[in-house]
Design a protein around this ligand. Structure first.
Ligand SMILES: Cc1ncc(COP(=O)(O)O)c(C=O)c1O
Length: 407
């Protein structure tokens, strides 16, 4: 934890050479949290002072099968022994594109990149190239990455960066229709998350009628329906997260879990948008590295073989049931929202996240690494012992909240 000497020393050194000592969401979410981690295996991680935690953040999403998954690591090592960053991509790029097209129902093609922001940005560019129009609709408050057009912070961003965006409210079809009417014949696409997972707010599952309404609107206008599956992809379903909802997007953005922690992103699309995808110029020095692609092939194989989606759901449901029982027994009013594999806990009336902070800090001391202002992630590596340890820690965390409230 932060009191530990190794973490403190690293923070001191970082302050001198890294602006602010750390940036983005990697800033430790509270004083009790370590800023630097040493390693991880399965569902456990260690900070630089050797404290061990059950990992309920999964590196903010990338680690879906658990840290150091043997089959994924073996595939990555085997590819690294041959070559990684070469003059052109390896055969594994085609293997992976074929596998994704087989795995994700709406996909007829794939393009690879590194980060989720690359993928969401590329989806917008392809939608514009295909339609010859400019405007993209986004849900107010939704996170789609850290580029100037989508960063939640205003510093360094110009009005022009947002000039081609329109805004709607998630799950409110009338607001989408209104924004589409304002975009008129300049509507290139509608960008949407599989469910509402804005950091710091209670989560909201998608209303299937809303998803169908977006599809119908895009069909009627020729705009692209773009699903941002960066955070949810391969956690809710082994395919697009809206396959169980019965709605296929035209384009989808992926990253995080697709290579179990290796740097990789993908845009998947249907044939109607293939021409636009051919026209745009997209590339990056490291986008064709073969090691993350080999890791992705192994990840998708392991997700299927290990029935990982079901395993995560079962553990996620047990975690939810345990936590809600505890909240009841401590007589604390909580909202536990989102799918069980990506839950988020808030306390009634705790708009400033004060109680969430007390809860998370005590859970951390008890060995459960979760977050007070961001949804959590349940990995397929979580064992019964891990779950028991988490529930012991969360029980103490509820006790700390009770104490904080002075009762
Ligand atoms: C829904 C969503 N879209 C896009 C991104 C951006 O991904 P990256 O941080 O890899 O650029 C994120 C990252 O958290 C995300 O959750």
């Amino acid at each position: 934890m932060s009191e530990g000497t190794a973490d403190r020393q690293l923070r001191d050194r970082a302050r001198a050479v890294i602006p602010g000592g750390m940036y983005g969401h990697q800033v430790a979410p509270g004083a009790a949290y370590p800023q630097f981690m040493r390693g991880g295996r399965g569902a456990r991680v260690w900070d630089v002072d050797g404290n061990e935690y059950v990992d309920l953040m999964c590196s903010y999403g990338p680690v879906v099968l658990g840290h150091q998954h043997p089959a994924v690591e073996a595939a990555a090592r085997a590819q690294a022994a041959i070559g990684d960053c070469l003059n052109s991509p390896g055969p594994v790029m085609v293997d992976l594109a074929e596998l994704l097209v087989q795995t994700v129902r709406h996909a007829d093609w794939a393009i690879f990149a590194k980060n989720g922001t690359d993928a969401t940005t590329m989806c917008c560019t392809i939608a514009r190239a295909q339609t010859g129009r400019n405007k993209i609709l986004v849900a107010t408050g939704a996170y789609h990455g850290a580029a100037p057009w989508c960063t939640p912070r205003p510093a360094g961003v110009t009005a022009a960066d947002h000039a081609n965006l329109g805004y709607y409210t998630f799950n409110d079809l009338a607001s989408v229709r209104q924004a589409a009417a304002e975009a008129a014949d300049d509507l290139a696409g509608i960008l949407v998350s599989p469910f509402k997972h804005d950091a710091g707010y209670d989560q909201e599952l998608v209303d299937p009628a809303f998803a169908r309404g977006l599809r119908a609107l895009c069909d009627a206008t020729g705009a692209a329906l773009i699903l941002d599956d960066v955070r949810c992809g391969f956690r809710l379903h082994l395919g697009s997260s809206w396959e169980p909802v019965g709605v296929d997007p035209d384009l989808s953005a992926w990253s995080k879990a697709i290579a179990n922690g290796r740097a990789l992103a993908a845009v998947l699309g249907n044939d109607a948008f293939r021409e636009g995808a051919k026209q745009v110029f997209v590339t990056g020095s490291f986008w064709f590295s073969a090691v993350p692609m080999a890791a992705a092939v192994a990840t998708i194989g392991a997700l299927r073989e290990e029935k990982a989606i079901e395993a995560m759901r079962t553990k996620g449901e047990a975690l939810r049931d345990g936590i809600l029982d505890q909240a009841r027994s401590w007589d604390l009013a909580v909202n536990y929202t989102g799918p069980p594999v990506m839950p988020y806990l808030t306390f009634a009336g705790d708009a400033g996240h004060e109680l969430a902070g007390v809860f998370a800090a005590q859970a951390l001391r008890g060995g459960a690494y979760l977050h007070p202002r961001h949804n959590w992630f349940v990995s397929a590596a979580m064992t019964g012992d891990d779950l028991a340890l988490v529930l012991e820690a969360t029980d103490q965390a509820f006790a700390a909240v009770r104490k904080h409230l002075g009762q």
